[in-house]
Design a protein around this ligand. Sequence first.
Ligand code: MTE
Length: 320
Amino acid sequence: MSRLKLPTIAPSEITPEAVWQSRRAWLKQAGMGALAAGAGAFGASSLAQDAQAIGLSATPNPDFLLLDQATSEKDITSYNNYYEFGTGKTDPFENAHKLQTRPWAVSIEGEVARPRTFDIDDLLKLAPMEERLYRLRCVEAWSMVIPWIGYSLSTLLKAVEPTSKAKFVEFTTVVQKENMPGVKSRIIDWPYVEGLRMDEAMHPLTMLVFGVYGKQLPNQNGAPMRLAVPWKYGFKSGKSIVRIRLLESMPLTSWVKIAPQEYGFYANVNPEVPHPRWSQATERRIGGGFFAPRIDTQMYNGYAEQVASLYAGLDLRENY
Ligand code: MTE
């Protein structure tokens, strides 16, 4: 992430508002049609067929319907950031088949009344599976629209009864030295660690993800369980989580440790605060081709109505 060189944006690559609006109107109709068909709102456009994949049924949650067109399954599963498998965009797709996802335990510890270790198959049954269409905006200024399957993280956190001291949540992701060629490089002090403030973690948008496009997660997308926090840059959403720790103070997260001047703890999507080495004002939607017009990045990735109140009174330039 920190070695990326982005091309500068030509004015001709910025979408005229009128074109964007009419496209949205068309997509709205298309989206509604899929919902009416009732076969999982977004699964119908699935392209890739993986014989190994295990189906995961879910009910589309209309509260999380977007007008944006979903990115293809092929792009979602072959253009990834998962540095444990290499830093190239296709490295995770090529190398992640070695990841062992069973047996898989997730421990929940720290400031909770009922610390507990869950087996992944029990977590799959903890709450009804919902399909939600979420935007994912990477700090590298590309984005996708992904039909995730899972449920709100708050369901799990409530089950372990956070104490009044719990102010932050830390997520630690797996290290399997034999199976992850990328962990030989020391770009990150493995394991990959991320974190949220308690109110962010309890927000209904913050999702524990177990599947995508009607199937259990492919390894390269963070099997068997990852996070999706759609109003923050993608690096906040840790993959293949093995430990969740509730804490009184802010955890030291991987990217803050590597480059605190570039990656803040909050990492809320904000077109007005550039990364020190590139703008965050626009983004490239994966799937449109490299020369497709860039689109404007929205404050909180378009989720301002739901989350802006969490940051009332906070200086967003200082707390980037
Ligand atoms: N989690 C782990 N364990 N390792 C990683 O390298 N990359 C992050 C995040 N979670 C990463 C991770 C980044 S930078 C992004 S943009 C998203 O995963 C990408 O998720 P996707 O590949 O499913 O689109």
